[in-house]
Write a protein that binds this ligand. Structure first.
Ligand code: T3D
Length: 262
């Protein structure tokens, strides 16, 4: 049991809800440690074939808990930023490296490092009341939590600089248009649409999804030749999976495939 997370598992879908609603799910040390633990365990669990990350109460998350900064400054202790950030970096690595799809389901505000953790998930679905805020420059900081990596790749350098420097809120509709999120849906349909997407992924060819993640994420930093080499290696693995064989058989039997994630 966690102090600041709610977790739920059904139909191969693992839902993690950040649960500090009074502060819009701001990250304190405990919640960050718990999220690291929950995601690391989920990464190892073959029964889990899709992860949904969301926030309790009226938003997804408000970023780092600023009262932790304030109390450190008041006590005169220096903040060990690199050590502290390292724990966020562990989480980002786990999200990218785990061989199963992750969905950030965003309603209300996603600010600061909460926004960037949403960007580190594979897919993003948002309610139409969602707003995205690279809040960092408002408090004299640079985007962290992988924002410097993900943001320009998702929306292009011009918009990334605008979001980071001006730190204006971006609406869900605008975020969808920019490619910052995959889909914006009406609030009333948000829950249903989130789990429709999650079920689709959880019932899909999980091994192929894991290999697709490698191909895409490594491709972001590869030259053409390296990426082609990698696709050869990964396809060699994909072609040996039970799910691939099942899909070929299902095609000729004119029925939907029944993937087992193997
Ligand atoms: O080393 C490192 O860790 C560096 C890492 C930095 C990572 C970061 O994430 S830096 C960015 C940190 N986040 C922010 O600067 C955002 C601060 N919050 C806001 O600007 C606003 O709260 C929001 C735009 C997110 C939402 O506005 P609104 O009007 O919907 O809600 P609110 O009334 O401002 O907030 C509700 C409550 O949550 C309020 O408490 P109260 O007055 O009801 O007792 C507010 O103080 C609290 N809250 C909101 N954000 C945080 C927070 N408390 C602590 N930390 C927060 N980040």
């Amino acid at each position: 049991d966690y102090q600041y997370l709610l977790t739920q598992f059904s139909d191969h879908i693992f839902t993690v809800t950040m649960n500090r609603p009074k502060v819009l799910n701001a990250f304190n040390e405990v919640m960050l440690a718990e999220l690291n633990e929950a995601m690391s365990e989920a990464a190892q669990d073959d029964d889990i074939r899709c992860i949904v990350l969301k926030g309790a109460g009226r938003g997804f998350g408000s970023g780092q808990d600023l009262s932790e900064f304030a109390s450190a400054y008041a006590s005169g202790e220096p903040l060990e930023v690199s050590k502290h950030l390292g724990k966020y970096h562990d989480l980002l690595r786990t999200l990218q490296e785990m061989s199963k799809p992750t969905i950030a389901a965003i309603h209300g505000v996603a600010a600061g490092i909460s926004c960037n953790i949403a960007l580190a998930c594979d897919l993003r679905i948002a309610a139409d009341d969602a707003r995205f805020l690279e809040a960092f420059s408002r408090i004299g900081l640079v985007p962290d939590g992988g924002g410097g990596y993900a943001l320009p790749r998702l929306v292009g350098i011009g918009k990334a600089l605008e979001m980071a420097m001006l730190a204006d809120e971006v609406s869900a509709q605008e975020a969808e248009r920019l490619g910052l999120i995959n889909k914006c849906v009406p609030v009333a349909e948000f829950e249903e649409a989130t789990y429709r997407l999650a079920r689709r992924l959880a019932n899909g060819p999980t091994r192929a999804y894991g290999l697709i993640k490698q191909l895409m994420y490594r491709g972001l930093d590869s030259d053409f030749a390296t990426s082609l080499r990698l696709e050869g290696e990964l396809q060699d693995t994909a072609i040996r999976t039970d799910d691939h064989r099942e899909a070929i058989q299902a095609f000729f039997e004119k029925r939907p495939p029944e993937y087992k994630g193997k």
